[in-house]
Design a protein. Structure first.
Length: 193
């Protein structure tokens, strides 16, 4: 479509309790198009009825998120994806860009890491109706925090700052459409050696 801007995929990731789902919903409502989809990888993982959260189950949920994202893009939608994305982000992006079925429609992919201290996350977790055990939260935080900023195109945002409301963070993420922000374009090879 000459002259029109391509769809955008905004990936919002970070530790449990950092505000990914809340912010992703706000981003989806603020994007300047009426064709927007919000995909929660956690919700897709619940389709798999196996009780244990195995690596296979987690990766399968990410794979299904890729398929749904590609489907929405092919229909002209922009997509907001939220998930922890510790070890499966490269898998998601690689599968998004490379498919055996068809070429990805023109789009930009942007990754945002929502950062907050473990103290902020513990406080938010304690206020949830079904809080995660603190030792699991700490373990996930440590594992996810090691991946913060490892991608060249990732934008790290401080979601734990006193002035960082979900609305202000969503506004920052949406404003990244205006250029000057790094992103992958369809046709790029983000993980080519």
């Amino acid at each position: 479509m000459p002259g029109s801007s391509p769809m955008v995929v905004k990936i919002i990731r970070g530790a449990p309790g950092v505000g990914k789902s809340t912010i992703a919903q706000k981003v989806a409502s603020k994007l300047s198009t009426n064709k927007v989809a919000h995909i929660s990888v956690d919700a897709l993982q619940h389709f798999d009825c196996r009780a244990a959260a195995s690596k296979d189950k987690l990766k399968l949920g990410v794979f299904h998120a890729v398929l749904v994202t590609r489907s929405f893009i092919s229909e002209g939608f922009s997509v907001v994806v939220d998930y922890v994305f510790d070890e499966n982000l490269d898998f998601f992006i690689e599968k998004l860009f490379k498919s055996h079925s068809h070429e990805l429609a023109p789009c930009r992919v942007q990754v945002f890491y929502l950062d907050a201290s473990i103290e902020v996350l513990k406080s938010r977790n304690a206020s949830r109706p079904d809080p995660m055990p603190e030792e699991i939260l700490t373990k996930l935080y440590d594992r996810i925090n090691k991946t913060r900023g490892v991608l060249g195109c990732e934008v790290v945002l401080d979601a734990g700052a006193k002035n960082a409301s979900p609305g202000s963070l969503a506004k920052t993420i949406v404003s990244c459409d205006s250029g000057g922000w790094t992103a992958w374009e369809s046709g790029d090879q983000p993980f080519a050696s």
